[in-house]
Design a protein around this ligand. Sequence first.
Ligand code: FES
Length: 114
Amino acid sequence: MFNLFKKTVSTIEINQQDFGLEMEKNETILQAALRLNLTYPHHCRVGACARCKCKLVEGKVKELTESAYVLSKQELEQGFILACQSIPKTPIKIEVAAVIKKAIDDTTLLAKTA
Ligand code: FES
């Protein structure tokens, strides 16, 4: 019964790593990755630069905008999507051509030096 109020709607695995990334309703892959303080490559956040592109290995997403004008035909055929324009509809697995890790935030550093 209490699951009715649970915010998590999906999970993401990036480069075969489980970062414990749980999606909130209507959240894009990029928004979730940045909320979790992951070093996910991005720039414009509006589907124009393709810096956030990733390969959808498993699962389904809802794309907010047409990505065909920033991704090549070959990339589209291979399953590439834009993380800033994709909302997972199921648990998904993606591959990103960058090392993704959890960034250390300033508050963590301050706590360790205090
Ligand atoms: S951040 Fe530019 S297309 Fe996604």
